[in-house]
Write a protein that binds this ligand. Structure first.
Ligand SMILES: [Zn+2]
Length: 336
């Protein structure tokens, strides 16, 4: 999204056909490696459901309805759910209400082990400021990929964690965080001062609270191994090169995730090329909370960078592929 002077900062701003056939029906996947259970059909339905609310623009009814539904879903899958509220300044300096939704997944046996943090933003951008026509820039982004895809994958992960808790195969405690207000950064058409920290408001709030907990108590309640953020993870031609803040703060985990992707047969999707420093929720988890955190984000080094539907009215369900959701979901489940 954004290029700066020295380092290229890119806020979110493909092309890989999987080399073997992925069966879309759940539970009938070819056994090549020890493939974790994940159902793309289910992730897809969770994306459709979010889209049905309409754009999830903060301060609007659709956003609130979606938030309530996310809380209900996490609870239904067995999470202990926390709603984190707070205020952060928006690009005009006005107070913006934040609602982060956190699902804690643990069992009595695993409660004290270090957790894995999984995050995705559920808000959608108020403006299509990458549209060519000026008048189109004032529509809300539908947010099939930029918002719903990461959340859809993590809801299916949540469902799978619930199944593991039921059959006693649950191993690693996980916190799933649906960050709010990621995509409210300064609109391109704004004539005032542009500030980079107007992106990712929800993760800034979450990370600041966590850092405060550590300062207040010698051993904070939650102790994290590392985190993974998913953003724009559903396009048919997606490609996820290695993002550079992730490499800077969490290189070992980034390598671990990309290695497991290769093992699962998704090496062309999880490309070993490097992208740029991209301002996304993982940046604040790394920088403020001090938790190593890796971003999985669509960025095509061979063409336009961020996909051509990014921050436009075309970020709709036609740009969602079950094969991509399956790949990303399996790679995440493989870590848990
Ligand atoms: Zn965005």
């Amino acid at each position: 999204m954004k290029s700066f002077v020295n380092i290229s900062f890119v806020h979110k701003s493909y092309i890989v056909l999987l080399s073997f056939v992925l069966l879309t029906a759940c539970g009938k996947k070819p056994v090549v490696v020890d493939r974790p259970a994940f159902c793309a059909d289910s992730a897809y339905v969770y994306i459709e459901k979010q889209m049905a609310f309409g754009p999830r623009v903060p301060n609007g009814a659709s956003h609130m309805q979606c938030a309530v539904w996310l809380i209900e879903q996490l609870r239904a899958f067995g999470a202990e759910v926390e709603l984190q509220k707070g205020m952060m300044p928006d690009y005009r300096g006005n107070n913006q209400q934040i609602y982060n939704i956190i699902g804690h997944f643990y069992t009595p046996q695993t409660a004290s082990r270090p957790r894995i943090l999984l995050g995705a933003h559920y808000d959608t951008r108020p403006w299509c400021d990458e549209e060519a026509n000026y008048a189109d820039r004032f529509y809300n982004v539908p947010g099939a990929n930029d918002g719903a895809s990461g959340v859809g994958v993590l809801l299916e992960v949540a469902r799978q964690l619930g199944l593991r808790m039921a059959d006693s195969s649950f191993r690693t405690p996980v916190d799933i965080v649906f960050f709010d207000c990621e995509d409210m950064g300064t609109p391109a058409f704004y004539t005032g001062q542009e500030r980079e920290d107007t992106w990712c408001l929800g993760s800034q709030l979450w990370a600041t609270n966590y850092a405060q907990q550590i300062a207040d108590t010698p051993s904070p309640v939650a102790n994290y191994q590392y985190g993974i953020v998913l953003d724009m993870v559903g396009a048919p031609n997606a490609v996820f090169p290695k993002e550079l803040f992730s490499m800077q703060y969490a290189q070992n985990y980034q390598e671990q995730i990309w290695r497991s992707a290769a093992k699962l047969g998704y090496g062309s999707l999880f490309s070993t090329t490097r992208s740029y420093h991209i301002t996304d929720d993982h940046y604040y988890v790394n920088e403020i909370a001090g938790i190593p955190c890796v971003d999985v984000i669509h960025y095509d080094m061979r063409s336009s960078g961020f996909p051509n539907w990014w921050h436009t009215r075309n970020d709709d369900i036609s740009n969602i592929s079950k094969a991509t959701l399956q790949a990303v979901g399996e790679v995440v489940m493989y870590q848990l």
